[in-house]
Design a protein around this ligand. Structure first.
Ligand code: G3P
Length: 230
């Protein structure tokens, strides 16, 4: 499956606001915004909610992590084939809250490529993003950990690391989709991220913990449409 760019990936993390029934409600809101605006919106619920949500919505669903394993005796791990059978179409890899060794990132990307799952690797700065790009994932999302969850957006606080990442990654892998994240909380943050050269954003608290998640996500999607057509 190919995703349309630009895109918004909503990482549900493990917030209570995006767990269980509330995760399903949030996923349906994301689907509503996607259908109303035509913008590609992906949701990434926690593992236990994946099956229910992948079967309930028509927008792409990602896992937050899968383990670099083959089928067999790996108790307590998350198997790619299991999430794929559940209807999941991609996965985050190496999120700063679920970091992997370089060899595991490489193996996980290769497993995704073999099995047709979209790989979205998270990286904490421009140089790591460039190293990740060399492993040829489908998507890389650059997110400075110190801004995650702060509401202080990378777009406004550190635009230079976005432009550095765009420039460096293009030298290594011009095919890959590049997103950014951390603190993204307004439509302007989304618009700036696109104008700086990314193809979208990876966001969590700005949507999940918003008083009006639908309103915020709708504003993000409209920012994408207006930036695209500018
Ligand atoms: O996966 C995206 C996430 O790490 C960013 O978090 O809450 O700053 O949007 P947040």
């Amino acid at each position: 499956m190919n995703l349309q760019s630009p895109m918004i990936i909503v990482n549900f993390k493990t917030y209570l606001e995006s767990t269980g029934k509330r995760a399903l409600e949030l996923a349906k809101l994301a689907e509503k915004v996607a259908k109303e605006t035509g913008v590609c919106i992906v949701v990434a619920p926690q593992a236990v909610d994946l099956v229910k949500i992948a079967q309930a919505v028509e927008i792409p669903v990602f896992a937050q992590h899968i383990d670099p394993i083959k089928p067999g005796n790996s108790t307590g791990h998350i198997l790619l084939e299991a999430v794929k059978e559940a209807g999941v179409v991609g996965t985050l890899i190496n999120h700063s809250e679920r970091q992997l060794r370089l060899i595991d990132i490489d193996v996980t990307i290769a497993l995704c490529r073999e099995q047709g799952l979209i790989s979205c690797v998270c990286a904490n700065n421009p140089l790591v993003s460039t190293a990740v790009a060399a492993l040829k994932p489908d998507i890389t999302s650059m997110e400075p950990p110190e801004l995650i969850g702060t509401g202080i957006s990378v777009s406004k606080a550190k635009p230079e690391i976005i432009t550095d990442t765009v420039r460096l990654v293009a030298q290594v892998n011009s095919e890959m989709t590049l997103l950014c994240g951390a603190g993204i909380s307004t439509a302007e943050d989304v618009s700036i991220a696109l104008k700086l050269g990314t193809q979208g954003v990876l966001v969590a608290s700005g949507i999940v913990k918003a008083k009006d998640p639908y309103g915020v996500l709708r504003a993000f999607a409209e920012a994408i449409n207006s930036t695209k057509s500018a």
